[in-house]
Design a protein around this ligand. Sequence first.
Ligand SMILES: Nc1nc2c(ncn2[C@@H]2O[C@H](COP(=O)(O)OP(=O)(O)OP(=O)(O)O)[C@@H](O)[C@H]2O)c(=O)[nH]1
Ligand SMILES: [Mg+2]
Length: 284
Amino acid sequence: MTFTEKLKNFFGIRKTVSAELFEELADVLVEGDFGSAEAFKITEDLETVCKKERIGDGETVRQRLAAMLEDILIAPQAPNFQSGTVILLLGINGVGKTTTAAKLAHMCLDKGKTPVLAAADTFRAAAIDQLKIHGERLGVRVVAHQRGGNPAAVIYDAIEAAAGTGIVIADTAGRMHTKSALVEELKKIDRVVESKAPNAQYLKWLALDATTGRNAVSQAEVFKEAVAVGGVVLTKADSSAKGGAIFSLSSSLKLPVVFVCSGEKYGDIAPFNPKAYARTFVGL
Ligand SMILES: Nc1nc2c(ncn2[C@@H]2O[C@H](COP(=O)(O)OP(=O)(O)OP(=O)(O)O)[C@@H](O)[C@H]2O)c(=O)[nH]1
Ligand SMILES: [Mg+2]
């Protein structure tokens, strides 16, 4: 049973609303990767509202919960792919950074923009080739150096290649947030972009795997602290993730989800919709 099914069942069997329901609900939310303090807070607020409005059936409680959850989520600003934008994708290993870079390039093409992919994962030769293959398929220029090269220099060259009109989409190497040397390297990349394109719209997005659970919050904390990440791309949302950690990104870190990816194809990316996310979370 997926978490959403579990939550759906939880409300389905409740014909009456009692204090126990809210206590149990807090536990269920924690099981769904909600932060525990947040789970207790929201169930308390929910209980207050339900008492005040004399709500007596589980289904209406569920509707109210969905509305409260929606209110927690920060609505992202629709990204504006204006000319000269630099997008830096970062995150831990295997979360879908390279795939997302290709999806964003595809999206730029759709909007009549000229993307330039920067192969700033110089760690593995295969990573450079992976991006080149996407570039060939999409008909998008890929700026790459040799394996082992300086990732900041790759982005520097990509910014030159985009010449202020294209949109640079930089893939970076997967790095554990717990490895400080790797996080330092990211800061260096960030400084180079800031000084090379001081007036450009510069978007730093953290790719987070939807199946990660509470660890997503730790990853976001570290990367936000390091380079002031401004948004999250939630990947692999097609998997049966529990998804409660996303609420903490908004409530504790003030970090909006910008895009949600739900498959491996170029078109499997969509702007984050807080209402849909909150409703799906509770099984509506
Ligand atoms: N189901 C699903 N799979 C995805 C999604 N995004 C990426 N993948 C798959 O996840 C795997 C890793 O994707 P990559 O894009 O290579 O991830 P990465 O973050 O660049 O990985 P490293 O460079 O090794 O750190 C690949 O098999 C992708 O096809 C998604 O939204 N849904
Ligand atoms: Mg990659």
